[in-house]
Design a protein around this ligand. Structure first.
Ligand SMILES: [Zn+2]
Length: 348
């Protein structure tokens, strides 16, 4: 399983070269027709055992980009002004360690020490500066360039069955897709896509789906788990239901902000999970967005479903997921693809 290599790789939206390299190395020899499209998506075909001319075109996608930062300017004192790439909670930013560019120039988001008074107001990124140890504009310009991307200075670790690292959204999905690709062939050809720029508006997936022209699509994600802290102890939140929970299997999306999952595909996934005894859960809130939101409205419309690995603390410096949920997501997708045929979409 490739989660460590994928998580540690750099790949902020629009600067996905490094993570793309990790993915290409992992899938070579298992797929044909590898293409890197003009936006940077990786498209490929995993040949089926017994492909027939009338087979449905099945696309399976995961996004390779991660949220991060972009250098917008350098101040006279050598600190950097940065903008967010993708969505952040501004409360997590002060004091964070970041690395910039392929050379991983280290920096820290500066903040006033607590000794100088406690300020309870949240300070947005546009008022924060990143200290890279430069004492002048010239020195800073020798280390980083305007436009360079920054990511969290985080290394992957395993905590028993759980793992922690950055960018599990969506390197967890990429890990699932790579496992599917490296495994035995499916009855039909599988059209796979590792997409770019999901975090800034589902951009790569739109183009990938236009190129693949699928009849049906499965999108693999790392989605939010808010099962900790154990808020059921909080009297203020008596009816709290987590969006997803770790250790309860892959999460099936009913709907999110961008897509209503095709009911036939949802029924297929649920039926396969139950037949195979694979634990699964539903994503309990119609929040967030995924590449499915772009794919399902391309061409003449593409019935789409989303299967996610629950991950705590996504869009932050360190997420936590359960490696067992990843294995179960692989199991579920493998069985769902093995049993997929025109019959799944035939009945409403
Ligand atoms: Zn994602």
């Amino acid at each position: 399983m490739m989660l460590k290599e994928l998580s540690d790789a750099f790949g902020v939206s629009g600067a996905e070269e490094e993570v793309r390299g990790v993915i290409l190395k992992a899938i070579q020899g298992h797929v044909e027709d590898i293409r890197i499209d003009p936006l940077g998506n990786v498209l490929a075909v995993k040949r089926g055992r017994n492909p027939q001319p009338g087979d449905p075109r099945v696309m399976v996608a995961a996004h390779m980009d991660e949220v991060g930062f972009m250098v917008m300017g350098v101040e006279g004192d050598g600190t950097l002004r940065v903008a967010g790439v993708g969505g952040f909670d501004a409360r997590i930013l002060p004091g964070l360690r970041l690395v910039f560019g392929q050379d991983r120039v280290p920096g820290v988001i500066g903040w006033k020490p607590i000794h100088l008074g406690h300020d309870s107001a949240v300070v947005n990124l546009d008022r924060l500066r990143v200290d890279i140890g430069a004492s002048s504009k010239e020195q800073a310009n020798g280390k980083v360039k305007v436009g360079d991307r920054g990511t969290f200075d985080t290394k992957y670790h395993e905590l028993g069955r759980l793992a922690t690292g950055k960018a599990f959204d969506d390197r967890a999905g990429c890990a699932v897709l790579i496992e599917l690709i490296q495994g035995e062939p499916f009855p039909f050809d599988l059209h796979v896509a590792f997409t770019v720029q999901e975090e800034v508006g589902l951009r790569g997936a739109k183009v990938a789906a236009q190129a693949i022209k699928p009849d049906v699509a499965f999108v693999l994600e790392g989605t939010m788990a808010n099962d900790l802290p154990a808020v059921e102890d909080d009297p203020e939140a008596p009816s709290f239901t987590p969006v997803t929970e770790l250790g309860k299997g892959p999460a099936l999306t009913l709907a999110d902000r961008t897509v209503i999952v095709d009911p036939r595909l949802l029924a297929h996934l649920r039926g396969v999970a139950e037949a195979e005894g694979i634990p699964y859960q539903y994503k309990q809130a119609a929040v967030g967005g995924t590449d499915a939101g772009a794919v399902f409205v391309t061409n003449a419309g593409v019935p789409s479903a989303v299967v996610s690995v629950p991950c705590r603390y996504i869009h932050g410096p360190a997420a936590v997921c359960d490696l067992e949920d990843i294995s179960r997501a692989v199991q579920l997708m493998r069985a769902a693809l093995e049993k997929f045929g025109p019959g799944v979409l035939a009945h409403q």
